[in-house]
Design a protein around this ligand. Structure first.
Ligand code: PEP
Ligand code: MG
Length: 592
């Protein structure tokens, strides 16, 4: 049993067999190991051998009657696996030469080849092929044979363990086949983590080295509340976690049960709680979790899942469906935010050295006008089917808004000429996620009907922290005094111009930050649907006036650590413990 800790990316507990993915490239390399890793590497070797043994025994038992007599070949392979020349030598090489299991196997094979080359007997020389077969099977298990998400060979639900999962990979994940996932790369705000939360799949990310510590088929526990992963748990741990899993499910049911209660503080402050959405399939989850509408519909995924660009009509039908099914609630469709870590398979783009600072989002759209036009036409055409709002990502100043509005005006005239219906008074919003947008929020507020603060990017750009790079994610700090000031500044600038200010970054869905966001006077919080019930619950337990004076106190503090201590203290004093928030408080915040 081995317990590892990393970033809690999506809450919940998963228990099941590992499905090792795309580890091949890192594990077939020959690697020298440190003295203290010898034991782990020997165990890894042993586990891989046992796994192949199990596979072979299964194969023998499943052999059709007519070839049963040949089972001896497979039985001899099992013997070879445990043969001194293979097994003992392999273990010996790991110990003496301090090499990883793959390298040790290669040394084994070379030595056997040397011995066999001196043998004259043809039959015995042919046995070398069998040894090669057996050794390669062990190597394949060590490497993780799968390189793509292909569930055709998966018979029971699994926990995916991978070096990395692209957002496109994550889209293929179905809740029936995937219990949870663990990746070496990523952070809480990488899109893979965001999707895991929307799908309600427990996940731990940023766990360096996990693909070389477990094998397909081994049992794993993923604790997405605490950011823990346990490989091959013992019986006591398993039963403790089964209990914890049951408690969590009960807790979720109870929270969801109250999800339609209003998000109103004890002193009567109403804040809208909306959902972030990526896929049309999420609509039932959004409704079931008590969303008052969609504050952010990310539209990248329709472009990522198809090989060719979606047509205007395809987009129109998708948007129409979302708006109609969520009626009378508002749906905020954000225009294409491709680029950065959201790369469309064939669509994008020149490879850029700094994609997050490159041709992304609104810049990309203003550059690719044909593509942008098609999307805007589709959104406008869908706007007559419900309460649809438009949101523009990554705006850095007034100049871009002028270009966008000019284009929008042209498209409206065009649609009118064509006799196509649309809502000319459609509300338009600006995502505030670039520091210059904060600094010019007073100007931008006159160009839009609402703001939505995108903290995922705002924090990335203001602290200069790559949001998908786990090496710097401990520096990603939502409670940095600079970040808090920027949020406050945006809210105040928006309110001075009488427009509503919401937040749709992941910060809006974290329990710990709710008192701050209430205290700052935000009008709307939009988050992954799974988070809505618990955030609403915290809002109902809050007093906005108290939160506001708490925020004044926070804004006088000088460092993120000081803020963090105060916030945790405030939380413990004012809110009763419950499973997700308490675990979140225990969770090492520096990892976020
Ligand atoms: C954000 O940046 O906070 C945001 C909501 O947009 P995305 O995560 O899609 O970049
Ligand atoms: Mg963003």
């Amino acid at each position: 049993m081995e317990t590892l800790k990393a970033i809690a990316a999506s809450p919940g507990i998963a228990i099941g067999p590992v499905f090792l993915l795309n580890a091949k490239h890192i594990k077939t390399i020959k690697r020298k190991i440190d003295k203290e890793d010898v034991k782990t590497e020997k165990e890894r070797f042993e586990r891989a051998v046992s796994r192949v043994e199990k596979q072979l025994r299964k194969l023998i038992s499943e052999l059709p009657e007519e070839i049963k007599e040949h089972s001896n070949i497979l039985k001899s392979h099992i013997l070879m696996l445990r043969d001194k020349m293979v097994y003992d030598k392999g273990i010996g090489f790991i110990e003496e030469k301090r090499v990883n299991a793959e390298w040790a196997l290669e040394l084994v094979l070379n030595e056997i080849k040397g011995l066999f080359s001196r043998v004259k007997d043809e039959y015995i020389r042919e046995r070398l092929e069998d040894i090669g077969f057996v050794v390669n099977k062990v190597k394949a298990v060590l490497a993780g044979t799968e390189t793509r998400l292909d569930f055709s060979s998966v018979e029971e639900p699994v926990i995916i363990v991978a070096r990395n999962l692209s957002p496109a990979d994550t889209l293929h994940i179905s809740k029936e086949k995937v219990l949870g996932f663990v990746t070496e790369l990523g952070s809480r705000t990488s899109h893979t983590a965001i999707l895991a939360r929307s799908l309600g799949i427990p996940a731990v990310v940023g766990l360096e080295g996990v693909t070389s510590r477990c094998l397909s088929g081994e049992t794993m526990i993923v604790d997405g509340l605490k950011g823990q992963v346990i490989i091959e748990p013992d019986e006591a741990t398993l039963s403790e976690y089964r209990q914890r899993q049951e408690n969590y499910l009960k807790y979720r049911l109870e929270v969801i049960h109250n999800s339609n209660l209003p998000a109103e503080t004890t002193d009567g402050y109403r804040i809208k709680v909306m959902a972030n959405m990526e896929l049309v399939e999420e609509i039932p989850i959004v409704i079931q979790h008590g969303a008052e509408g969609v504050g952010l519909f990310r539209t990248e995924f329709l472009y990522m899942t198809s090989k060719t660009l979606p047509t205007e009509d395809q987009l129109f039908l998708a948007y129409k469906e979302v708006v109609e099914r969520l009626k009378p609630h508002p749906v905020t469709i954000r225009t294409l935010d491709i680029g950065g870590d959201k790369l469309a398979s064939d669509l994008c783009c020149e490879e850029e050295i700094n994609p997050a600072l490159g041709l992304r989002a609104i810049r990309f759209c203003l550059h690719e006008k044909g593509l942008f036009r098609a999307q805007l036409r589709a959104i406008l055409r869908a706007s007559v089917f419900g309460d649809l709002r438009l949101l523009f990502p990554m705006v850095s100043g007034k100049g871009e808004m002028i270009q966008v509005k000019r284009l929008l005006g042209q498209i409206m005239d065009e649609l009118e000429k064509e006799g196509k219906d649309f809502n000319r008074d459609i509300k338009t919003g600006i995502m505030i996620e670039v520091p210059t947008a904060v600094l010019t929020a007073d100007i931008l507020a006159r160009e839009a009907d609402f703001f939505s603060i995108g903290t995922n990017d705002l924090i990335q750009y203001s602290l200069a922290i790559d949001r998908v790079n786990e090496a710097v994610c401990h520096l990603y700090e939502p409670l940095h005094p600079g970040v808090l000031r920027m949020i406050k500044m945006t809210v105040d600038s928006g309110h001075r111009e009488n427009i509503e200010v919401g937040m749709c970054g992941e910060m809006a869905g974290e329990p710990l930050y709710v008192p701050i966001l209430l205290g700052m006077g935000l009008d709307e919080l939009s988050m992954n649907a799974m988070a809505i019930p618990k955030i609403k619950k915290i809002i109902r337990q809050s007093n906005q006036e108290e939160c506001a004076s708490f925020v004044s106190e926070l804004l006088g503090l000088e460092s993120a650590n000081q803020v963090k201590d105060k916030v945790v203290e405030f939380f413990r004093e004012n809110y009763p413990p419950d499973m997700e928030t308490t675990d979140f408080l225990e969770f090492d915040l520096s990892l976020t």
